[in-house]
Design a binder for this molecule. Structure first.
Ligand code: DGL
Length: 261
């Protein structure tokens, strides 16, 4: 058992800047906690790597966050979660650990037999975790898995709006929009940062789901159970780390934390 203090930070990890969409939810629900947010932008995108590469990178970053004193870990990346979280639970049985998976459940139960598009990285869609999630809801909803190679790159490059992004998304989504879909699940933590454009293209009758709030609530309840909530009544700090280490990346992290989704 690790000897850990309650004001130790929560380590939040993603392949890049996307997990900041989860960090925002964590801060909303747990404002008095301290955070280390680590993005591996130098190795992104994870969604196009091999399973073994993503597992190794995720293990390594988790280990380093724990060495830095993190009391809990949020894997704020659907791709890394599908590749590595099950093994991590075996490696760290006492650690409050939360991953993220596409929010298919609320989308599938939203109404009687809805049509649901799930946008995610090729690896998330391919891996067993999502395949079995899809099986669980295949009787309740018509589900269209949509791998989106190239989309997280817009967010990493800071291109959150504009014509180029709009054209890219239009090409990706138009075959599904023609089918009169009811909802879209954002199954990659980068995608909430381009939600406005997705919503505009899909129209108001399409509901967009993401798993950020659920992930943050789950972290809160794990910290409660472990008696590790920070008792401080002051606002916590956020420390950004990024494997690219450039000044621009850190500025981008701060900007995204303030970005309205
Ligand atoms: N943010 C990651 C996710 O939630 C994926 C981006 C990547 O391909 O690295 O899946």
């Amino acid at each position: 058992m690790r000897n850990i203090s309650k004001d130790a930070p929560i380590g939040v990890f993603d392949s890049g800047v996307g997990g900041i969409s989860i960090l925002k939810e964590l801060i909303r629900i747990l404002p008095n906690e301290n955070y280390i947010y680590r993005g591996d932008s130098a190795n992104a995108p994870y969604g196009l790597k091999s399973l073994e590469q993503v597992r190794e990178l995720t293990f390594q970053h988790t280990k380093e966050l724990l060495e830095e004193g993190a009391k809990a870990i949020v894997v704020a990346c659907n791709t890394a979660t599908s590749a590595a979280v099950r093994s991590m639970r075996g490696m760290y049985p006492d650690l409050p650990l939360v991953g993220i998976e596409p929010a298919l459940k609320p989308a599938a139960l939203q109404k009687e037999h809805p049509k649901v598009v799930v946008m995610a990285t090729p690896m998330t869609i391919r891996e067993e975790k999502f395949q079995s999630l899809m099986k669980r809801f295949e009787d309740q909803a018509q589900i269209f898995p949509l791998p989106c190679p190239g989309l997280m790159e817009f967010v990493e490059a800071g291109e959150l709006e504009g014509e180029r992004l709009e054209r890219f998304l239009e090409e990706l989504l138009s075959p599904y929009l023609e089918k009169n879909i009811d909802s879209i699940v954002l199954g990659c933590t980068h995608y909430p940062f381009v939600k406005k454009t997705i919503q505009r293209l899909a129209g108001d009758r399409v509901t967009i789901f993401d798993g950020g709030a659920g992930t943050a609530r789950r972290m809160k309840s794990l910290l409660e159970q472990a008696n590790l909530l920070n008792p401080s009544d002051e606002e916590g700090f956020v420390q950004f780390e990024n494997s690219l280490g450039t000044e621009e990346k850190f500025v981008q992290c701060e900007t995204l934390l303030q970005w309205e989704i």
